[in-house]
Design a binder for this molecule. Structure first.
Ligand code: BGP
Length: 493
């Protein structure tokens, strides 16, 4: 069975991992631009400087940390001699025409990309926007239109103008709501007729684990993270409100990082652990898509002494302007247990134990053949809103053969399993799914490790972890496979 004829097949990217040109045409620095390259075996770092003495250093950029991310008295900065992957990335800024043409060759119906906020408002709080930045995205959307590719645009994908981080502690300050809504309103108006689908914050639930990444929050205390999440919720609702006023055709979605959680054993304590741990994810969709704060989180805030700087009208906005659809990233499932000694699982964003039934890649991410059906049914049952899978895929250290080919049969195998599970959710269970965009459709820099060698694409890009390479694009075997899948609308995987 195939998908409906308007199903949106495509691929996904993010500006800071793809565009490069980090200071070109008036762009300001973003938080992503001060995060150095990492590697397979050590985390990426935020680099910082002490303005008084010039002393420099770096610190963990913050997955699963409660600590301040930048030492007191310092500011995040670009330091000579360090290597920052976002600065060139895979240079979509200068390759967009060829890249979009390659997407069209595969038959893409949609292309998920993000606007780099600091191209439009270099400092975040500027009075006037940067016209050259706006013009760049005009060209990109025009190229999409030429090939009848519907853009899906993330307004903020793991980058915040650096000035907002330094001056306001990022999203922890309510003032940032206004700066964001000004930016969102401007671009939704400017690209009216070119862009119908928008997402507010990429993986908004990473505010709990990685507040610098998710919201430019330098002092990521529990209080500040809760406030920053609240401010992003209000900003999302105001964005939906602005969209309604600009053009009721515009659809604004939420973007959630979601991997179903499994209990390792049938011990009820393990089931309870699953349920409680999932609240950390569902809290974000209960508010942004469901329209209200769930009791479990309010109780937790009360227990932890967290008090939000809120207004009664915030809650009216959340209830009246929830997300139109729920999009999510899903790479695999995670397994948890209360039983000790079951062994740790790797994976940069999620924690848990190794699932003995699943194979993993070199980074410890497991391939789960049923994950998308489970994820889609869970989210559709909970929210009854259209869904969109905006990230799924597998990172691999692809090898280029002597005759310039990449035989990525492991990627095809992963995608066959995932798409078949997605197809069952739609054709058997009746889940309302708008589209599917495979992550990193043209190779780009890894968000978690900063590496180039952790590749996801249908198209190989000649660039290595040290920043060498011609940036030439080379279609992999999966390019031709995906082209066929789109052509037969998923009937034959
Ligand atoms: C998601 C992010 C992406 C992306 C992807 C893969 O969480 O939204 O930006 O990079 O994960 O992760 P990684 O690049 O660490 O392999």
């Amino acid at each position: 069975m195939a998908f409906s004829k308007d199903f949106l097949w495509g691929g996904a990217t993010a500006a800071n991992q793809f565009e490069g040109a980090y200071l070109t045409d008036g762009k300001g620095l973003s938080t992503a631009d001060v995060i150095t390259a990492g590697a397979y075996d050590h985390p990426r770092q935020v680099t910082w400087q002490k303005p008084t003495t010039g002393e420099t250093g770096s610190t963990d950029f913050g997955f699963f940390t409660d600590k301040r991310q930048v030492p007191e008295g310092t500011v995040p900065a670009v330091i000579d001699g360090e290597y920052y992957p976002s600065h060139t990335a895979t240079d979509f800024y200068h390759h967009y025409q060829g890249d979009i043409k390659l997407m069209a060759e595969m038959g893409f119906k949609t292309f998920r990309l993000s606007i780099n906020w600091s191209r439009i408002f270099p400092n975040g709080d500027d009075a006037e926007p940067n016209e050259a930045g706006l013009a760049f995205y005009d060209h990109v959307f025009d190229a999409c239109q030429k090939y009848h590719i519907e853009p899906l645009v993330t307004l903020s994908h793991y980058e915040t103008p650096l000035n907002l981080a330094i001056k306001y502690n990022g999203w922890a300050d309510r003032k940032v709501i206004d700066f964001f809504v000004k930016y969102a309103t401007l671009v939704m108006k400017r690209y009216q007729g070119k862009v119908k689908y928008w997402l507010t914050f990429n993986e908004i639930n990473f505010m709990d684990n990685a507040p610098f990444l998710a919201g430019g929050v330098i002092d990521g205390s529990p209080q500040n993270r809760a406030q920053a999440a609240h401010n992003q919720f209000v900003a999302s609702a105001l964005t939906v409100k602005a969209a309604r006023e600009i053009n009721p055709q515009i659809q604004v979605g939420q973007m959630l990082a979601y991997g179903p959680l499994y209990a390792y054993t049938a011990d009820p304590a393990d089931q309870l652990k699953v349920q409680l741990q999932q609240q950390n994810t569902f809290f974000y969709s209960d508010v942004q898509t469901g329209g209200h704060y769930p009791n479990y989180r309010l109780k937790q805030y009360a227990r932890d002494g967290i008090k939000l700087d809120d207004r009664p009208e915030d809650y009216e906005l959340l209830a009246n302007y929830p997300a139109d659809f729920l999009s999510f990233s899903c790479y695999g499932s995670n397994t948890v247990t209360t039983h000790q000694d079951k062994g740790d699982a790797a994976g940069n964003f999620m924690t848990g134990v190794k699932n003995p039934y699943l194979e993993t890649n070199a980074w410890g991410w497991a391939t789960d053949p049923d994950v998308l059906r489970i994820a889609l049914n869970t989210l559709f049952d909970r929210y009854h809103k259209p869904l969109w899978i905006v990230e799924n895929g597998i990172g691999w250290a692809d090898e280029l053969t002597a005759d310039n080919q990449v035989h990525d049969d492991y990627r095809i195998k992963y995608l066959q399993a995932n798409l078949s599970s997605m197809r069952d959710a739609v054709t058997i269970d009746g889940v309302d799914l708008l589209g599917y965009t495979m992550w990193g459709c043209i190779d780009l820099v890894s968000a978690g490790t900063g590496e180039m060698k952790k590749r996801y694409g249908f198209v190989y890009v000649d660039r290595d972890d040290l920043g060498n390479g011609s940036l030439k694009r080379i279609p992999k075997d999966s390019f031709y496979w995906y082209k066929k899948v789109i052509a037969n609308n998923g009937a034959d995987l």
